[in-house]
Design a protein around this ligand. Sequence first.
Ligand SMILES: N[C@@H](CCC(=O)N[C@@H](CS)C(=O)NCC(=O)O)C(=O)O
Length: 204
Amino acid sequence: MAQYTLTYFDMDSGRGEPVRIAFHAAGIEFQDHRVSFPEFVDIRPDLRFSCLPVLELDGEIVTQSDGMSRYIGKMAGLYPEDDLQALYCDEALGACEDLLHAVVKTFGLEGEELKKAREELVEGWLTVFVRGLGEILARGGEYFADGRLTIADLKVFVITRWLRSGMLEHVPQDLVEQLAPNLAEHQKRVEADPVVSAYYASRS
Ligand SMILES: N[C@@H](CCC(=O)N[C@@H](CS)C(=O)NCC(=O)O)C(=O)O
């Protein structure tokens, strides 16, 4: 049996979190190697693309979180077999990446500079991506693809929960509800899904 080690930040969010949930859903044991930010700074020079997550698979290092989710998600039955449904799933994953890139640009700012950048973000790209994700969710109904839980739902759920958590300064907690109420409902639906709730029960 393959040996997996997933290295990511010690938080229940971000790009590594959907991969962890997919591992749990697939019933695959993996080492959940969580690093602090100072530890990340130490290992960063040795990371292939200077970022996390990285997956060590039988001694081979692999990067790129969506690729990991797809690989493990296929084993967990969380990736569509139908090509069109797979396209819908990948569309949501790609939109999440674009959203994350926009938010990350405001990291490291402080005070007034942060406030200004976050307000522009909220009015600009966050509005675009939250509305857009709501639109593509409406096409699928309750889920982004295949009429069931897929890795797209995991990634969007992790991001929506983060946007609504109040952790992001100057991002109104009700932004998602205001712009895309179906996305807020989707968060609750995914959180209550047996696959996802079993993962968090295993964590507590
Ligand atoms: N395309 C990569 C992006 C990875 C990425 O940007 N990771 C972030 C955390 S979610 C990171 O390590 N940032 C720290 C840095 O860039 O210094 C993936 O999807 O895995």
